[in-house]
Design a protein around this ligand. Structure first.
Ligand SMILES: [Zn+2]
Length: 235
């Protein structure tokens, strides 16, 4: 009898029947390295596939992920983090101003917004929280729980961040001031994608998608400013 190192089940054979953990670790050899290389390549392929499909038909793409097949797309939060990482890299190389950086005077608010723009990945995850809440409220008749909606938004906000990255790169290389345009187009994309995901009733769902995004973003900003205000009072 073997005992699984992961879940302590007793079993005969090479793999644990309840969790699939192997009795012996594979030796690191050529095959192992090749497998790892393949998985990196697959992730890359998966990213391109995910981006392409989310751009062209966000609603059906994420619906398929939810209801039929979870293997085709890159996992949602990982996707959002990868997109934010690309944004941060582009921003550091080209030094364009991100949306959050518009504060002039030295204050706690400026520090907060500076943190948010420097940690754009986390900012986007944080901003998805209130947007998901408003989306849940506006589409409460459809049977999706909060976490499912958060998942949907991770994909859509990821693409919005990519759009902003593209405009940021244009801004950084040509000096055309287009970062704000990128932000607006990214926001329109998210509203459109939410509407397309929920579909029914057609026109209303786009409008409600738009409201969810705007109210979510406003809620986020109010929370940030409140945190700044409370911190000021305490200090
Ligand atoms: Zn096990």
């Amino acid at each position: 009898m073997n005992i699984c190192k992961k879940c302590n089940t007793e079993f005969n054979g090479n793999f644990c029947p309840s969790c699939g953990f192997p009795i012996k670790l594979k030796t690191i050899d050529g095959e192992y390295i090749f497998d790892e290389f393949k998985s990196v390549f697959n992730l890359e392929k998966g990213i391109f596939f995910t981006v392409k499909n989310l751009f062209l038909k966000p609603g059906p793409t994420v619906r398929e992920f939810m209801n039929e097949d979870r293997t085709k797309l890159v996992k949602p939060i990982l996707f959002l983090i990868i997109c934010s990482l690309l944004f941060t890299l582009a921003q550091q190389f080209l030094n364009f101003q991100s949306y959050f950086m518009d504060f002039q005077e030295e204050s706690i608010f400026q520090k907060l917004f500076e943190w948010l723009s420097k940690n754009y990945g986390y900012s986007n995850i944080l901003m998805a929280i209130p947007i998901a809440l408003w989306t849940k409220i506006f589409f409460r008749k459809q049977n999706y729980n909060y976490y499912q909606i958060f998942t949907i938004l991770s994909y859509f906000i990821g693409i919005s961040v990519l759009i902003q990255t593209i405009f940021g790169i244009i801004n950084g290389t040509t000096n055309l001031k287009v970062v704000q345009i990128g932000f607006i187009i990214g926001s329109i994309y998210v509203a459109w994608a939410i509407g397309q995901f929920f579909e029914r009733p057609k026109r209303w769902s786009y409008f409600k998608g738009f409201l969810s995004y705007i109210l979510g973003a406003i809620t986020f900003l109010i929370l940030v400013v409140s945190i700044g205000y409370v911190t000021l009072k305490i200090l």
